[in-house]
Design a protein around this ligand. Structure first.
Ligand SMILES: [Zn+2]
Length: 250
């Protein structure tokens, strides 16, 4: 038996009465847990609902190939992000965040930073005071940074200048070039940033979690940021996310 804390990302029915839950944990990454009688039992219902952070007591079973399955023994809610469920748009955005985590998640250990990002983002989404598009941009870009795709944002990769009026970010090489050094500004992977955009992008990629959510930007820069982070996700994950399309429709 093992007790572990996890953020419930998704629930799925398993037969008449049971369900399985997909859980983000700092120790084991993304795991699936079978909840016997979970569709009906009121004992575990709040702590095994999507968008709840819970302490889960798990039973581990290994099959002949050594693959581990997890079964829920008992559970307690630690933090309920209850308000997310009260608003269709917030719920849609939370589902998109979950989908991104599941898509990028591995079974390997050591994803403390992803856990931290997810809990912080869900906290602000639940509170409802931060702009949802900004939360989306922060989450999309920082998640990919945390899983090993953090771009080289120190400066122009050729002349090493820190900033200029026009910097070119290249999605393929994942680094910056200034306007003078940019080899192929017409490349389909090129993305032009002014000083402010570069500052925002650097901030999201590099700042500590205590300050990560403590800023606001103008609608114009939000539009530019959304465009950038959406392209970044599309380039690296090469997948369409139905939950994102749904969120955009609302
Ligand atoms: Zn340069």
């Amino acid at each position: 038996m093992k007790t572990i804390k996890g953020l419930i990302l998704r629930e799925a029915d398993r037969g008449e009465a049971s369900k399985s839950i997909c859980v983000l944990t700092a120790e084991l990454g993304v795991i699936y847990v079978y909840v016997r009688g979970g569709k009906k039992s009121s004992k575990t219902s709040s702590s095994t609902q999507a968008f709840t952070y819970s302490a889960l007591c798990l039973e581990e079973k290994k099959n002949a190939k050594g693959q581990v399955s997890y079964f829920l023994n008992s559970s307690e809610p630690v933090k309920l992000f209850y308000n997310i469920r009260l608003d269709a748009k917030r719920l849609a955005l939370a589902s998109y965040f979950s989908e991104l985590i599941i898509y990028t998640g591995t079974e390997s250990a050591g994803i403390d930073e992803v856990m931290r990002l997810a809990l912080n983002t869900f906290y602000f989404l639940n509170e409802g005071k931060k702009d949802m598009e900004l939360l989306r941009s922060i989450f999309e870009f920082r998640l990919l940074c945390e899983i090993g795709l953090r771009p080289d944002l120190i400066g122009c990769k050729k002349c090493f200048c820190y900033e200029s009026d026009k910097m070119h970010f290249n999605f393929m090489s994942n680094n910056l070039e200034c306007d003078d050094c940019c080899y192929n500004p017409d490349s389909i992977y090129d993305h032009v940033m002014d000083r402010t955009m570069l500052y925002i992008v650097r901030f999201i990629a590099l700042t500590e979690y205590e300050r990560l959510f403590a800023f606001t930007i103008s609608p114009r820069y939000q539009q530019l940021l959304t465009e950038f982070t959406e392209r970044f996700v599309r380039y690296h994950l090469k997948s369409n996310f139905p939950t994102l399309e749904f969120y955009k429709m609302l």
